[in-house]
Design a protein around this ligand. Structure first.
Ligand SMILES: NC(=O)c1ccc[n+]([C@@H]2O[C@H](COP(=O)([O-])OP(=O)(O)OC[C@H]3O[C@@H](n4cnc5c(N)ncnc54)[C@H](OP(=O)(O)O)[C@@H]3O)[C@@H](O)[C@H]2O)c1
Length: 309
């Protein structure tokens, strides 16, 4: 893999959703690289790093977004803020639309209207989006529809207004300090460490899992690579594993004393089977994942063992 160039030292970077799971890892890495990091979220505690600047705002408020982006004049924008809820229920429609689509249109418009000489605006896509060419696929959830539309806007802003956008098409992420502990990996680990059987679906869904530090390096590689503006780049492992096998692997790594309850939850309809095209990602950016599933799971177990003491 190409080393991340010294691109980010002294650069001015905006991260929306900087307090979230992936955003916090990205913010810490960019602070270490010497960037001036401006993190945005609705609730935004200041970090200890002197080069982290907290901006408390709702990305649903276009005037606030425009004022902040204009004042910061970032070289790089990583837009991660999101309502991360992939369930199909109607109750998720409006929050998914506002936090995943309206927020993206606000960030893109503010960048196009106020900043000149911007180097890159990276939006966060998802495995729930179809790969290029699959136009008639039905989105599996309000989240999937909003993410897909948001990526279309990013391509349009590049094509019509010359905004240097990219879409990081991120697959299923796991790692330490996941903010929403109801997600599969933290939920299973927390349950097993507490001696309780986690309740799981049939476990048949095949998913491409990627460790959070690999995703962070992927974001950095995308924004630093010239000549790929307007493109989507897959950030996944390139391999799928059945949820059942993943959960059993975690249980085995934890000693296997408690067995998960498969079939206790219903499977979701329309769940897509997608695998990251990492050969293409490497060709586009020189990025490829470095952390194996076993190494990653061991790191997360060490984290949860530490925090449950
Ligand atoms: N985790 C995964 O497996 C995965 C997989 C594929 C793609 N992704 C994408 O990766 C990105 C980050 O995911 P994550 O798991 O790190 O999410 P997360 O932990 O839920 O964090 C979401 C972040 O967005 C902020 N946010 C939400 N609504 C906002 C609003 N209206 N205005 C300002 N900030 C807002 C949250 O802070 P406040 O609540 O304080 O505002 C928080 O900082 C998302 O775009 C997600 O769709 C994640």
């Amino acid at each position: 893999m190409k080393p991340v160039p010294d691109t980010y030292r002294d650069s001015v970077v905006v991260i929306t959703g900087a307090t979230g799971f992936i955003g916090a890892h990205l913010a810490a890495r960019l602070c270490d690289l010497g960037a001036q990091v401006h993190g945005m979220a609705r609730s935004n505690p200041a970090l200890a790093q002197r080069n982290y600047h907290a901006h408390t705002l709702d990305l649903g408020d276009y005037a606030a977004v425009k004022t902040a982006i204009k004042a910061i004049a970032p070289h790089y924008v990583f837009h991660l803020a999101s309502y991360v809820m992939g369930a199909p229920d109607l109750q998720h429609m409006i929050p998914a639309f506002q936090a995943n689509l309206a927020s993206s249109v606000h960030v893109l418009t503010a960048c196009a209207e106020t900043v000149s000489g911007q180097k890159r605006v990276v939006l966060t896509g998802s495995l729930v989006e179809p790969p290029a060419g699959e136009l008639e696929t039905i989105p599996s959830s309000p989240y999937a529809a909003a993410k897909w539309a948001s990526s279309s806007y990013a391509r349009m802003f590049h094509a019509l207004y010359g905004l240097p956008t990219n879409i990081a098409r991120v697959f299923m992420v796991y790692g330490p300090a996941q903010r929403d502990e109801s997600k599969l990996v933290p939920y299973v680990m927390r349950s097993l460490l507490a001696g309780q059987a986690p309740k799981i679906t049939s476990g048949q869904r095949l998913i491409d899992w990627i460790y959070v530090s690999d995703v962070v390096e992927g974001f950095l590689a995308i924004a630093a690579t010239p000549g790929i503006e307007g493109q989507s780049v897959d950030l996944g492992s390139g391999q799928v594993i059945a949820t059942r096998d993943l959960v059993l692997k975690i249980a085995a790594l934890l000693g296997g004393a408690v067995q998960p309850e498969f079939g206790a939850l219903p499977d979701r309809p329309l769940e897509p089977l997608r695998t990251a095209d990492i050969a293409r990602s490497y060709q586009q950016t020189g990025w490829r994942p470095q952390v194996t599933l076993e190494q990653g799971l061991r790191a997360v177990i060490a984290y949860y063992r530490g925090v449950s003491k």
